[in-house]
Write a protein that binds this ligand. Sequence first.
Ligand code: DAH
Length: 346
Amino acid sequence: MQEQLTAIVAGVRDNAPNIQTRAEFEAFKATISGPNGTLTDVMKRMGEVPKEDKPAMGRCINQAKNSVTTAFDEVIARIEAMELAAKLGPAIDPTLPCPDLDRGTLHPISQVREEMIVLFRRIGFSVAEASEVETEHYCFDALNIPSDHPARDMQDSYYLPDDLKVNNVSKHADEKYLLRTHTSTVQIRSMLKQQPPIRIVAPGRCFRRDTPDATHSANFHQIEGLYVDKNVTLLDLKATLDHFVKTIFGPKAKTRLRPSFFPFTEPSFELDFLSPDLGKLSNKWLEVMGCGMVDPEVCKAGGIDPAVYTGYAFGMGIERIAMILQGVDDIRYYYQNDVRFLKQFA
Ligand code: DAH
């Protein structure tokens, strides 16, 4: 029996290196330690061993079992390593240069925003910014927006929890925080920071509860303009916006101011433009922004005396301008991060 054991162990050691797969391993293992395996067979025959030889024989069997187990463990470890290597694929060299060497560019919305900022800077505007979290005071009250205005409804704006602490935006009274619904908030914040002359543009992100579709997104961008000084008139507004439209959409573009209503301007207008060189949109009046003369109540809320100063303001969606300029017919493309779309504007 001892010789048999020696032969079994030797057989296992000889065969182990040739085993390549789990199936081969299981089949081989069965011939040794399975119900009809050679090692099992030796153990079954312990009964035939004379009593006095039993302890020595038992030790031999244990030794043989240990040797077989060790050999099997090595085989399994080797197979697992092969399986892992197959899953990982060929080795990579992390020191090689990246295969995609294209340089990134500004997002199309950022490109249009930059173009507008450059334009307004050239004619004396500076860039002002304020926070995206706002209080009802700056978003509505100070802008003369009445308490029954739809934007003030929970269903139309993103209000924040009452117990929220925002260290850099302080509340005036018992009011709520919300995500700003327009960049007009920056009008008030700029007026409170400095006396006229004030000439700023304020680009930034705004938020409204909208179901996304081709022209609506709950998160979008606006650019606001404000000019307050002595003797600012509607003519200044019209000339500035005319210059804006001609620079962005080409010198042949025409503009018109159409009477409208905003609580924070009086009188208020929509600015439309028409261009002969706009592809499908050529020669159609397109509405691009709201504007008007700053309402005296808004001046007061901004700490400016409306008897001394007048001003104009305008506000527009950057996406709207970008869509017209770039020929994009669905606002959602701008937010999907599809490189095939973005690359067209690189
Ligand atoms: N805040 C307005 C909106 O989001 C846009 C606007 C209209 C801004 C007229 C202005 C303005 O500054 O004068 O719809």
